[in-house]
Design a protein around this ligand. Structure first.
Ligand code: RP5
Length: 164
C-alpha cells in the first residue's frame, strides 16, 4: 500500500483495533491511485501525538484527513479543532453499543468546527476514501477520470436480473 512521503490524504485511527475498518478507506484510495499516510493517533492515550499530528497536518501537505475511532470517539472532532484541513470522521463499530456511541460522538459537533461524518463501520470508511478522492479530484482531472471509471465499473457489474 502506498504510504507516507508526499501523501495528500492522512488516515488516522484511535487504535490498532480500528485498522480492520479503516483499511477499507486505504484500499479504495489505493485502487484510485491516491497515496495515503496511515497512523495510529489516540485522543486519550496519545494526546500529545494527536496534537502534534493535527498542528503539523497542513504543513505536511495533507489536503484531507480521514479519522476513525470508536466508543467516546473524540478523535475526529479534536483534530478538526486543531487544523483547517478538512476532517472526515468514520465511526468505528464498538462492541458495547455497535457504533451508535461512535456515530453520535463524531456527528454531533457544535456549529463552528465541522467533521464530515460517514456511516458506521466499513461502509463509512470506504465512503470516506471515495469522498477524499472526490475532494482531491477538484484539482486533479486524471484522478477525477479514475473516479468516474471506478463508478462506471461498479454500475456495469450490476446484472439486470438476479442469478440463482
Ligand atoms: C477507541 O477505543 C479506539 O478508536 C477504538 O475504536 C476503541 C477501542 O480501542 P482498543 O481498546 O481496542 O485499543 O479509542
Amino acid at each position: 500500500m502506498a504510504q507516507g512521503g508526499g501523501a495528500k490524504v492522512a488516515i488516522v485511527m484511535g487504535s490498532q483495533s480500528d485498522w480492520s475498518t479503516m483499511k477499507c478507506a486505504a484500499e479504495v484510495l489505493e485502487e484510485l491511485g491516491v497515496a495515503t499516510d496511515v497512523r495510529i493517533v489516540s485522543a486519550h492515550r496519545t494526546p500529545e501525538r494527536m496534537y502534534d499530528f493535527a498542528k503539523a497536518a497542513e504543513g505536511e501537505g495533507f489536503h484531507v484527513i480521514i479519522a476513525g475511532a470508536g466508543g467516546a470517539a473524540h478523535l475526529p472532532g479534536m483534530i478538526a479543532a486543531l487544523t483547517h484541513v478538512p476532517v472526515l470522521g468514520v465511526p468505528v463499530q464498538s462492541r458495547a453499543l455497535s457504533g451508535q456511541d461512535s456515530l453520535l460522538s463524531i456527528v454531533q459537533m457544535p456549529a463552528g468546527v465541522p467533521v464530515g461524518t460517514l456511516a458506521i463501520g466499513e461502509a463509512g470508511a470506504t465512503n470516506a476514501g471515495l469522498l477524499a478522492a472526490a475532494i482531491l479530484a477538484n484539482n486533479d482531472a486524471e484522478l477525477g477520470q479514475r473516479l468516474k471509471d471506478w463508478r462506471s465499473a461498479r454500475s456495469a457489474a450490476v446484472t439486470e436480473r438476479p442469478a440463482d
